[in-house]
Structures are given as structure tokens and as C-alpha cells.
Write a protein that binds this ligand. Structure first.
Ligand SMILES: *Cc1c(COP(=O)(O)O)cnc(C)c1O
Length: 365
């Protein structure tokens, strides 16, 4: 028995996503790069590498990890690079995508040995949450003025556009791509490649993969470009749980159960986006508020149903704990950091990483 808390990556579930990614690549001709900012647990890259074309990154450390642990095509992107890191970034990348014309002009010569591109901002997105909306007013994420991009076309061969966010609606994707085409069409015609970013939930249940593939293929044909996708969440969705144990139960007007984890430390996005965790099957007559063990008053996973009353020592599996979760875990409150375990395709469970006091201590000085 592995001591909780731990993240459990189920390779057979990961494989289901990977097979959809492979199908999409085959039907559409698009290439798929894993977005490391969403998921960087490299112990499963051996499996993912078989089904994806490489990685994309948001920083020097991510591009290096992509090169060293994943291999294949390695794209570099960052909102801004510093003078002190640009040479090393270029040394790890096959392609570098600049966020602004200013960055492109500053570093274009240094990067002349690899493929160069620019991020465009189409000023439309599928996000309804301001914090995560790349097209929010005054957004710093990419250039939108055609007249400014035109003069730098001699230094780039393609574009990256990332404006989808947890978008499971194909028609909305289609509509926004149409808007991108009518807005940037003349520039796209002159490009060799276009990355459409991440945020498209094409591995989700009932997503019309065939129509999606057709649309990408048509886009690729109409503009004569190699299409890239940068799936983060779509690559790993529903593959991983956070395994926790009940440490205490109490009744304060509601039944509460405290577990050996914390949303702020181990599932931070629940707090940032005000979402509830998912617990399966979440049915039965006994209702509990599942709470974290940090001292944050609102450290609550949510309220869930259970078939039996909870008792100390019971195990709970929090669903969907891969994307934007493991990459964000932190040492708040000194809560024990979840170990990482992998359920192999044959069903055996392998512990790949444990964290202890020395990791906590070494994190600061
Ligand atoms: C965040 C991000 C991704 C991945 O997004 P998902 O929603 O996880 O698919 C891809 N590309 C860029 C540029 C991003 O910022």
C-alpha cells in the first residue's frame, strides 16, 4: 500500500486520450505537441511520445525538459525571454515563437538558425473567465495589428494562435477559426505553418473528431500550412486521481471530513477558478463536505455523497488530477506533497516519486 496522499496516473486511461490524438493526427495531417505547462510528469512521456509529435513550452526550463525528457519536435514559446536565457532556449528548440514584435526584433538574429514564428491574438476566445482569457481587453498575449506584423514577415515562417480554453464545442471552434481566417487570411497565406494552440477538448466524450479533423485539413489546404495543435488538458484529461485518506470527521451543522491533502497545495486551480473537485461515483445517502488539512478556512474540495458514513482511514479518490494540478503543487502549510504513482497497462502500480522533509527544506533557504 502506498502512503497517501499520492497522484495516481492510470496509463490505460492516458492511452485512451493518446489513441484519439493519434487518430486526429492521421485524419487531419495536423501535428500534436504536448503543452508542458499543463502536464510535465515525465515518467509517462515514454508512452506519450509514441502518440504525439513533441512538446511546446512557456519558459526556458520547460523547453529544456521537453528536449531532454520527451524529444521529437521541441517548440519554444514564452511571454517574454530575457537576454540571459535566450541562447540556452534556442539551443534546446527546433522552433521559437515570439510573443511580440519587440521580442522578435530583439532576438530574431540569434534565432536565425531555427524556425521562427510570432503569436497572433485574434481578439476572440472561448473563455468566459477573465483571468484565463487570452483575448481579454489589453491582453499582452500576441500581436493583433496586421499592419505591424506585415513588415516582419521576412523573419518568420509561421504563427501561433491560442484562443481556445476548455472548449468542447466544435461549432464554436469552427466559428472562431472562420473569424481568424477572415481577419488574418492574407498573412496565413504567406505562412508555412500555423499552430492553433491548445484548449480544444477533442478527446472528450462525444467530441466530433471526424468533423474537427476535416476542418483542420481544409484549413491546412486552403492556406498551404502545416497545422499544429498544442493539447495540454486534452492529452491527459481523466487519466489521474489524487488519492487521499480521511484523517478526522466532525459535525458543525454539516458532516465534515478532513483529508491528508489541501486544495491550495495540491489542486490549486479549484481555488483559483472557484470550482468543486470531482469525486466518483458521488452517490449514496451520506453527504459530507470534504476539507483539506491546511489552515486556510476555505480549503474545501466540495460536498459529496457517499454510500456509507465516512470514518477515519477511508480512502477517497479525487478525479481529474493531472492537468494544471501536479505542475502547481506547492509546499503551503508544509503539507506532505503527494507522491507520484503510475498504474501500468498490466494493472500493477509503481511508485515513481516520493517527497520528504528534505524537499520541503531545500525549497527555501
Ligand atoms: C495553455 C496553453 C496551451 C495548452 O492549453 P490546454 O487548455 O491545456 O490545452 C497550449 N498553447 C498555449 C500557447 C497555451 O498558453
Amino acid at each position: 500500500m502506498i502512503q497517501t496522499p499520492f497522484y495516481l496516473i492510470d496509463k490505460s486511461k492516458l492511452l485512451q486520450n493518446m489513441e484519439k490524438v493519434a487518430l486526429l493526427r492521421e485524419k487531419s495531417g495536423a501535428k500534436a505537441l504536448l503543452a508542458l505547462k499543463c502536464f510535465a510528469t515525465w515518467s509517462v512521456f515514454d508512452l506519450m511520445r509514441e502518440y504525439m509529435d513533441g512538446t511546446t513550452s512557456s519558459s526556458l526550463y520547460e523547453v529544456r525538459l521537453g528536449r531532454e525528457k520527451f524529444g521529437k519536435e521541441t517548440h519554444a514559446y514564452s511571454v517574454a525571454y530575457g537576454d540571459n536565457e535566450i541562447d540556452e532556449v534556442i539551443s534546446h528548440a527546433d522552433k521559437i515563437i515570439f510573443n511580440s514584435i519587440g521580442q522578435l526584433e530583439r532576438f530574431a538574429d540569434k534565432a536565425s538558425g531555427i524556425t521562427r514564428g510570432l503569436r497572433l491574438n485574434p481578439q476572440v476566445s472561448s473563455s468566459s473567465f477573465d483571468l484565463a482569457d487570452p483575448a481579454r481587453p489589453f491582453s499582452r498575449l500576441g500581436e493583433w495589428d496586421l499592419r505591424k506584423v506585415e513588415p516582419v514577415m521576412d523573419r518568420i515562417s509561421g504563427f501561433m494562435i491560442h484562443n481556445n480554453c476548455e472548449n468542447s464545442d466544435f461549432d464554436l471552434f469552427d466559428k472562431m477559426l472562420g473569424e481568424i481566417e477572415s481577419r488574418f487570411g492574407p498573412l496565413l497565406k504567406r505562412a508555412e505553418w500555423v499552430s492553433l494552440g491548445g484548449g480544444i477538448h477533442f478527446t472528450g466524450e462525444n467530441y466530433p473528431i471526424e468533423r474537427f479533423a476535416e476542418r483542420l485539413k481544409k484549413f491546412s489546404g486552403d492556406y498551404g500550412v502545416q497545422v499544429y495543435l498544442e493539447p495540454g488538458e486534452a492529452s491527459i484529461t481523466k487519466s489521474t486521481t489524487l488519492e487521499v485518506t480521511v484523517l478526522d470527521t466532525l459535525y458543525n451543522g454539516k458532516d465534515l471530513a478532513i483529508v491528508d491533502s489541501s486544495i491550495e497545495a495540491h489542486m490549486l486551480d479549484l481555488l483559483i477558478y472557484r470550482e468543486k473537485a470531482k469525486i466518483a461515483p458521488n452517490s449514496g445517502p451520506h453527504s459530507y463536505m470534504i476539507c483539506g488539512k491546511s489552515c486556510l478556512a476555505g480549503d474545501v474540495f466540495g460536498e459529496f455523497q457517499f454510500p456509507e458514513p465516512l470514518k477515519i482511514g477511508d480512502r477517497i479518490s479525487v478525479q481529474d488530477a493531472a492537468g494544471y494540478t501536479m505542475v502547481k503543487k506547492n509546499w503551503f502549510n508544509g503539507v506532505k506533497m503527494p507522491s507520484i504513482a503510475i498504474k501500468e497497462l498490466d494493472g500493477s502500480i509503481r511508485l515513481v516519486r516520493e517527497f520528504d522533509y528534505s524537499d520541503f527544506e531545500q525549497n527555501l533557504s
